[in-house]
Design a protein around this ligand. Structure first.
Ligand code: FAD
Length: 538
């Protein structure tokens, strides 16, 4: 015991000595210390090492309320984009199997989906990515520390291991990329005790069974009179967010054959073009997802049978209802991981409403030498590719290699619901707000993917619209597309918007036949004309 206390004392003295000598000499252990090894933090640290910086990255995962944990790589790899897209793919394959019969495949009935097989395969892939990230850091000579990081001063970070061992690191610059975690509602009895979040769903070994997904733009904690104001503030941010976790999860759960209900307080896909949002949810309803619109949960109780009984209220009528589920998935928003960083001690400014760190266009915070970007930063899109790009650019600027800033405008994104929705640029509502109703022209088309014809699938929600300025060459302000592979379709068009594409450019482009994407360059009916926008013929 005495030896332990002596060692602890020696360690504290050494660390103090390092901080003092750093302050006197201006020499640091590292050029850059990054807190958070997710999409942004890893990209930033690897890029910094590539341009000659001495770098350390700290990553630490606090287990979810239900005890789920994972490895290096952050949200995207472990509990976000990657497992979500793979489970979405599992659901799409289920639909494809049904289509396949129409195409002549003889498939013995009944077919069913095995959750455990899917989950094991997805989880193994995620583990391989965790390992890949560790190897990459090693190869690029980035020091990886599996520690929770916090700020000591503007050049010093304290790392603490799971076992409580502390390490002090000094650096010329510090970058915070600690992302966010799903929230639980705090005012619903039984919510946390009996519910899970997206931090758990991808790591379940057993099928969740009959599931209630609460979300799709649902904020449950706010006092009634504050709601509108806060909604408006959130709207600014949610405009930039990619994925609607509630709809995406409900989509793949339905697709693999589970009885799934989405409870929505107001509207789905807030911040996205609302005409497109309605098409997405209409398609989901047509393919089996149930929706409890304008409803809020009141309590969750566990019955002796083990089933979860949910009581909810319909907002318009105040009538209460009950049903039982095997699983409640809360998708009611995400909270930034700032609480344990020691930001207040140093005076790093945060937005009190959102908890996110306030940053300038160069990702600098209110404290010199401390930078923040990705999901943790105020007003930034909650998207992996923006975090990666912002991180790389920041690394170059900090190394004095470039002064290029991240351009957060016209970032394309896709919602991976059963009918995918991809978009880039302004929604029709936003374009109208900025340019006036008469200042924009909207070209649109209801099209039928060729693949749907033989499969006899309804294509009623396959739609696209191109929102343009009305004058001149009609610069494209926004492009929206629901249909198969929407993300793949949208990526190329995103490039064209960056290059300043106009409606005239679309007309000059020759299509690739037969594809869904060619419908975008063929679009010729304006909304204003009121003509039937259904594409006919080949
Ligand atoms: P993160 O990736 O969250 O990484 C932060 C890391 O820091 C984590 O590992 C965290 O554990 C660690 N950390 C936190 N605090 C500390 C600390 N004090 N010390 C050390 N480490 C710490 N985006 C897309 O572009 N496309 C999609 O399809 C998509 N789908 C999504 C689906 C879901 C279900 C979710 C939840 C998100 C999805 N996203 C998607 C969003 C995307 O995952 C995030 O925008 C992205 O991961 C943000 O990267 P980041 O580096 O800012 O933070």
């Amino acid at each position: 015991m005495a030896a332990f206390s002596r060692a602890k004392h020696r360690w504290k003295r050494d660390n103090l000595f390092r901080v003092l000598t750093r302050n006197l000499t201006g020499k640091y252990d590292y050029d850059l210390v990054v807190i958070g090894g997710g999409s942004g933090g890893l990209a930033c640290s690897k890029e910094a090492a590539l341009v000659g910086q001495k770098v350390a990255v700290l990553d630490y995962v606090e287990p979810s309320v239900k005890g789920t944990k994972w490895g290096l790589g952050g949200t995207c790899v472990n509990v976000g984009c990657i497992p979500k897209k793979l489970m979405h793919q599992a659901a799409l394959l289920g639909t494809a199997v049904k289509d396949a019969k129409k195409y002549g495949w003889q498939i013995p009935e009944p077919i069913f989906h095995d959750w455990a097989t899917m989950a094991e395969a997805v989880q193994n892939h995620v583990r391989s990515l965790n390992w890949g990230h560790r190897v990459q850091l090693q190869d690029k000579k980035v020091k990886y520390l599996n520690m929770r990081g916090s700020l000591v001063d503007e050049h010093t970070v304290k790392g603490v291991t799971k076992a409580g061992k502390e390490t002090i690191l000094t650096a010329k610059n510090i970058v915070i990329a600690t992302g966010g975690r799903p929230k639980y509602p705090t005012n619903i009895p039984g919510a946390m005790e009996h519910g899970i979040t997206s931090d758990d769903i991808f790591w379940l070994r057993k099928s969740p069974g009959k599931t209630l997904v609460v979300g799709a733009s649902c904020i449950l904690d706010l006092p009634e009179n504050k709601e509108i104001i806060i909604w408006l503030q959130y709207q600014k941010i949610i405009v930039l967010n990619s994925s609607d976790v509630a709809l995406e999860c409900a989509g793949f759960l339905t697709g693999i054959g589970l009885d799934t209900t989405v409870m929505v307080r107001s509207i789905a896909l807030r911040g996205f073009d609302q005409q497109m949002a309605v098409l997405v949810t209409d398609y989901m309803e047509a393919y089996g997802t149930k929706f409890a619109w304008k409803c809020i949960p009141k309590k969750v109780e566990k019955l002796t049978s083990g089933a979860l009984q949910v009581t909810w209220m319909e907002i318009n009528t105040s009538k209460e209802y009950q049903d039982t589920y095997d699983c409640i998935l809360w998708a009611v928003g995400r909270a930034p991981e700032t609480k344990l960083l020691g930001l207040d001690k140093l005076g790093v400014q945060i937005n009190k409403e959102t908890g996110k760190i306030i940053v300038r266009p160069d990702e600098s915070t209110s404290v010199p030498n401390i930078y923040a970007f990705g999901d943790i930063a105020e007003g930034r899109p909650e998207l992996t590719p923006t975090a990666i790009k912002a991180g790389k650019l920041l690394a170059h600027r900090l190394a004095g290699r470039s002064s290029e800033l991240m351009n957060y405008h016209s970032v394309a994104t896709t919602v991976f619901t059963p009918l995918e929705y991809g978009c880039v640029g302004l929604s029709e509502e936003e374009a109208e707000k900025r340019h006036g109703k008469d200042g924009i022209e909207v070209y649109h088309a209801f099209y039928k993917p060729l693949e749907f014809t033989v499969a006899e699938r309804d294509a009623g929600q396959c739609y696209l619209k191109v929102v343009c300025e009305r004058e001149g060459d009609q610069k494209i302000l926004g492009l929206h597309f629901t249909g198969p592979n929407a993300g793949e379709v949208m990526q190329g068009f995103a490039l064209s918007l960056k290059c300043g594409a106009t409606y005239s450019h679309l007309l000059q482009t020759v299509g690739i036949h037969p594809t869904c994407a060619e419908e975008v360059i063929k679009v010729n009916i304006t909304k204003r004309s009121g003509l039937d926008a259904t594409v006919t013929g080949c």
